[in-house]
Ligand binder design. Structure first.
Ligand code: 6PG
Length: 242
């Protein structure tokens, strides 16, 4: 499966989109019965509504937090207190409102030496993956949530950066040309090791890039996302251009 052949669903608005996503996630978790469930969270602003919903009274008591492990798809290399921090956004929207065990939350480490930080996160992923299952080729993630930048980036896989060439490591980093902070990111191989990749796209400013990314010969970073599992695009009507 790849981003161009993935399945598309357009919901009436951002609230319906967030509710639909919450239901998909809950269903996938229930499918796995009592096994550990690993999800990589997207940053940016789009998924905030979903995270608030998961931490709210409709969903938070229905999620088995003790077997849910939350990872990050990417992070800005700023302190967790910085308003650009994805970890801060997820903490405020979700983690502050639920009883998830501390060891189940895996923020990307913030170090001046970003290469060392990436190696540490890779070790964390290998520990979580290796120590839990590694039977019958279980993928690294059950769900990877991804956003879509108007330049076609996703996670922090930005156009014209060397991280796009990384085919071995699960974690790397880049300095995007028009983003103020260095970024740590899951790589294509890490994202590909998943059961389900869900692109969450909302807002009319994404209409154009959404169409371009899925064109046959598109070469945006988002166009090249592949997975062992399935790719779903969940949009609100504004992004769907309807
Ligand atoms: C990030 C995200 C990034 C984001 C897109 C869309 O850390 O910013 O991982 O890939 O998903 O830039 O951002 P918005 O949701 O804010 O439009």
């Amino acid at each position: 499966h790849n981003a161009k052949t993935g399945y598309v669903l357009v919901l009436p608005d951002a609230n319906a989109q967030a509710n639909y996503l919450a239901d998909i996630i809950l269903h996938q978790i229930e499918e796995k019965k009592d096994a550990v469930f690993r999800i990589a969270l997207s940053g940016g602003s789009t998924p905030k509504k979903l995270y608030e919903l998961l931490g709210g009274e409709t969903y938070s008591h229905r999620l088995p937090w003790e077997r849910l492990h939350l990872f990050f798809g990417d992070e800005r290399m700023v302190p967790y207190t910085d308003e650009a921090s994805n970890f801060r956004m997820v903490t405020e929207a979700l983690l502050n409102h639920v009883n998830i065990p501390f060891r189940n939350v895996h923020p990307m480490p913030i170090l001046e030496d970003v290469e060392k930080a990436a190696r540490l996160y890779e070790e964390n992923l290998q520990h979580e993956y290796g120590s839990r299952v590694l039977k019958n080729g279980e993928p690294l993630f059950d769900i990877v949530l991804l956003g879509l930048g108007t330049d076609g980036h996703t996670a922090s896989l930005f156009p014209d950066t060397a991280v796009l060439e990384e085919k071995q490591k699960w974690v790397s980093w880049c300095q995007p040309k028009d983003a103020p902070h260095r970024r740590m990111t899951l790589t294509y191989p890490a994202i590909a090791s998943s059961r389900l990749v869900i692109f969450v796209v909302s807002g009319e400013n994404k209409v154009k890039i959404f169409r371009e990314v899925r064109e046959e010969n598109a070469i945006y970073p988002s166009s090249k996302i592949e997975t062992e599992g399935e790719v779903h695009w969940i949009l609100d009507k504004a992004a769907g251009g309807e």
